[in-house]
Design a protein around this ligand. Structure first.
Ligand code: ATP
Ligand code: MG
Ligand code: MG
Ligand code: MG
Length: 512
């Protein structure tokens, strides 16, 4: 029998909690109040950052959880790939286990391998593991200990692959805790030989990274050197939707019971043609299928963010995702209420693990209704302005106003200054103004130049942009900003204390 996603999550938690003495700590909200340097919580370790930094005591020596993660913006930005591939989402759940100064490499690898092979019944001949190859320039030794552990667990040498810093060395920031990691990758096509080893870490949908095990053993110092930490920690994260796809014998995360109910609802409500479920998507289905995937993905992200109390007013990235979801609902599925109608379905698919979503449903729906009105009003007023401009300048018809509401004002401004531009080139300073004042992108410049049969001084523009960045950095170092930073630090510390107080252990979920 095929496990449901619900059972798959529970199996993970129970394995660490009941069989291996880990404490279940519930997911923190996706609002990053433990860490103001990111827009969303993007990994299971975020809520334990202060423990790794030595600023807080670990809640327990062994911890497990399933963490709600969002990867939009920042170091891990998956937004642009979402909908195009079968295994990256804006919102996903990360299953994790931690050792804070307790067990280290051997037990971490054993625990992971044993779970995949035993309870999840995955054939080890579908797995590849990676380890850190070392970096001479940075003075980091190869993690041969890890290599030996995988050997002793029965992995053939052809399946234990060395990689460099990019894939297998984890750092919290420019300074601070860091260490090598080992990753478990899984082949969607069961094969006997090891011939697909060369495809590991090449971004293929049929051979994906599943689980990352980080060994935090070093500290990166101010002068760039690394020293051993007094206590060694383990931090792991496995992609829940990827695991579910594997265990439900699906080649795409979207074909699992986490997404199919959302697709079915979209189809039932709008009578759109069925999702084709094929990957790669045949060209004739691309717009529709991508629409299904992005809308389902974004509905999950929106549900979780609004449910955790994040406000689109305060998080522009969330607002952009919401507006994209509205636009797809209207243009592809011809139903402006669709996002709201999907929320209860999304909550049905993940609510068992995050039960407070049930209580939040009505406030989530209110926020969405409000955002829809704001978006609508904005578009109406800009399309009125646009209609006027079209009377004046009919050639603007080919510009996508939805994508760039600032284009109209920018164009008016352009018309005023056009006379002063030499050699049919839009000068760098003016391009910079178009970005700075009206929010135009390089794509928009090209459109404008094309409409007017002109060229853009793009190189000059990039220099202007770099200079502006330098200026804003320099202004950060004056006295008043320093005070601001200090205040920010105080706030962060207060938040940290609060987090520790709340401690995130939960009695309301079924795992406790
Ligand atoms: P990838 O290389 O596939 O982008 P990653 O190396 O960025 O993954 P990690 O930061 O190591 O990912 O996160 C741990 C695990 O979380 C990954 O092994 C993967 O299973 C899962 N994961 C990462 N990003 C996503 C995403 N956008 N959507 C779904 N699962 C993800
Ligand atoms: Mg990634
Ligand atoms: Mg990776
Ligand atoms: Mg990784």
């Amino acid at each position: 029998r095929v496990l449901t996603s619900q059972e798959i999550r529970k199996t993970f938690i129970d394995y660490f909690k009941i069989n291996h003495d880990h404490k279940f700590v519930r997911s923190s909200p996706v609002v990053p109040f433990c860490d103001p340097t990111v827009a969303f919580v993007n990994a299971g370790m975020n809520q334990f950052k202060s423990v790794f930094l030595g600023k807080a005591q670990p809640p327990y020596p062994r911890v497990t959880n399933s963490q709600k993660c969002v990867r939009v913006g920042g170091k891990h930005n998956d937004l642009s790939i979402v909908g195009q591939d079968s295994y990256h989402h804006t919102f996903f759940e990360m299953l994790g286990n931690w050792s804070f100064g307790d067990y280290f490499k051997r037990e971490a690898c054993e625990l992971a391998f044993e779970l995949l092979r035993g309870p999840y019944n995955i054939d080890p001949s579908r797995l590849y593991v990676t380890y850190f190859a070392g970096d001479k320039v940075l003075g980091l030794p190869a993690d041969l200990e890890c290599y030996e552990i995988w050997r002793s667990l029965g992995f053939p040498v052809e399946r234990i692959l060395p990689f460099g810093c990019k894939e297998n060395f984890w750092e919290m920031g420019a300074t601070g805790p860091c260490g090598p990691c080992t990753e478990i990758h899984i082949d969607h096509c069961p094969t006997r030989g090891h011939e697909r080893a060369k495809l590991v870490n090449t971004d293929r949908p049929d051979l994906t990274e599943l689980w990352n095990l980080v060994f935090i053993q070093y500290n990166r110092n101010e002068n760039g050197s690394v020293t051993q930490l007094p206590a060694q920690h383990v931090d792991t994260g496995m992609g829940f939707e990827r695991l579910t796809a594997i265990l439900q014998n699906k080649s795409s995360n979207y074909d699992t019971d986490l997404f199919m109910p959302i697709f079915n609802a979209i189809q039932k409500i709008t009578h759109a043609p069925l999702y084709s479920s094929k990957f790669p998507t045949p060209l004739e289905d691309a717009t529709l299928d991508t629409g299904y995937r992005i809308l389902a993905d974004h509905s999950r992200m929106i549900t979780v963010c609004l449910g955790d109390g994040m406000l689109p007013d305060q998080n522009q990235k969330l607002r952009r995702v919401l507006r994209k979801a509205f636009t797809i609902s209207e243009t592809i599925f011809k139903n402006e209420m669709l996002v709201s109608q999907l929320i209860p379905i999304v909550i049905d698919t993940i609510g068992m693990a995050y039960p407070d979503l049930y209580n939040k449903q009505s406030s989530i729906l209110e926020l969405i209704a409000h955002e829809r009105e704001v978006f609508k009003a904005l578009r109406e007023s800009s399309s009125r302005a646009f209609a006027e401009v079209l009377m004046e300048y009919p050639n603007l018809e080919e510009v996508d106003l939805m994508e760039c509401p600032g284009f109209v004002s920018a164009y008016r401004d352009f018309k005023i200054h056009k006379e002063t531009f030499n050699n049919n080139i839009i000068p760098a300073k003016f391009l910079f103004k178009l970005t700075d004042t009206y929010g135009l992108t390089e794509e928009n410049f090209k459109k404008l130049a094309e409409l007017e049969n002109m060229e853009c001084d793009l190189n000059g523009y990039l220099k202007e942009l770099a200079n502006a960045k330098l200026r804003s950095k320099a202004s950060l170092s004056d006295g008043s900003s320093e005070n601001k930073l200090k205040n920010q630090q105080h706030t962060n510390e207060a938040l940290l204390l609060l987090t520790q107080k709340l401690n995130y252990t939960d009695n309301s979920t079924k795992y406790n």
